[in-house]
Design a protein around this ligand. Structure first.
Ligand SMILES: NC(=O)C1=CN([C@@H]2O[C@H](COP(=O)(O)OP(=O)(O)OC[C@H]3O[C@@H](n4cnc5c(N)ncnc54)[C@H](OP(=O)(O)O)[C@@H]3O)[C@@H](O)[C@H]2O)C=CC1
Ligand SMILES: CC(=O)C(N)C(=O)O
Length: 246
């Protein structure tokens, strides 16, 4: 009997962690729908790796729903994300607050809502969420980004309760510092090089390798969450209140 090709949808497939996951899944034999806004990057990936490009903005709900209509997705990787400028909350621009919540949280929930019923009907599927250490501990000047990732973490565990017994697995990937383009709009090149060098950052391919290992576990095993950090990085530790705001 021929085993049908499995289909994976990866959001934020044009760069960083999402790109590495897309390429790893494609190499592992999945038909990958690679979703991102950059059509040129997607076209290149189609050319070199045979992935199916899906150029759209996740915030365009109608386009997303239309594009996913009829797709029988086995693996969903909710990866797309943005990081707003690192400033204290009282200095944040409201547009940055809204955009961060919309991409990092709302878009993941919307995509999952579209894909999950089909998985449940077929009694098979795996939904991944890319969380962050910033959702597990306080990071100064990252209150909103951290809040979106804490919400993702909370959502992922609660989702498991809701769909328990359906055969669909859920995994949250809690990533520490991974060397990608995430900070390219908010830090200059030197600052990014210093930041990643200081920790010997995790590489996107490392995250992809972990995701594949989790996916390859037997169907009755769900790795509900894993943390992946540079060996030299830790999070948490005490903070001290400022004496005043002057
Ligand atoms: N790098 C790190 O240290 C860590 C990253 N993470 C998380 O990993 C995920 C991937 O980030 P990373 O690889 O680092 O960063 P990158 O900036 O390299 O990649 C972000 C991806 O998200 C896509 N994206 C952003 N906005 C939208 C949108 N509106 N619609 C569709 N796609 C969108 C981008 O595609 P395009 O521009 O083509 O739209 C891009 O492919 C994020 O959720 C991030 O929060 C978590 C912990 C640590
Ligand atoms: C941006 C992140 O999510 C992060 N964990 C980091 O350490 O930079």
């Amino acid at each position: 009997m021929e085993i049908p090709e499995q289909i994976a949808l990866v959001t934020g497939a044009t760069s960083g962690i999402g790109k590495a996951i897309t390429l790893a899944l494609s190499k592992a034999g999945f038909q990958v729908i690679a979703l991102g806004r950059d059509p040129v990057a997607l076209e290149q990936m189609q050319h070199t790796s045979g992935v199916r490009p899906l150029a759209l903005d996740l915030l365009d709900r109608e386009a997303l729903a239309g594009a996913l209509q009829g797709e029988k997705i086995d693996v969903l990787v909710n990866n797309a994300g943005v990081i707003p400028p690192a400033v204290e909350f009282d200095q944040m621009d409201q547009n940055d607050i809204d955009a961060t919540i919309a991409v990092n949280l709302s878009a993941s929930l919307a995509t999952t809502r579209l894909v999950l019923p089909g998985m449940m009907a077929r009694k098979h599927g795996h939904v991944f969420f890319i969380g962050s250490t910033a959702g597990q501990a306080a990071f100064p000047s990252m209150a909103v980004y951290g809040a979106t990732k804490a919400a993702i973490s909370s959502f992922a565990v609660a989702l498991r309760c809701d769909i328990s017994g359906s055969g669909v697995r859920v995994t949250e990937i809690v990533a520490g510092r991974v060397e990608t383009n995430l900070y390219k709009e908010v830090l200059n090149d030197q600052a990014r090089t210093d930041m990643y060098g200081a920790f010997d950052a995790v590489q996107p391919e490392d995250v992809a390798a972990m995701l594949l290992s989790v996916l390859q576990m037997p169907a009755h095993v769900d790795v509900t969450r894993f943390d992946i950090l540079p060996t030299a990085q830790f999070v948490g530790g005490g903070g001290f209140a400022k004496k005043d705001n002057e």
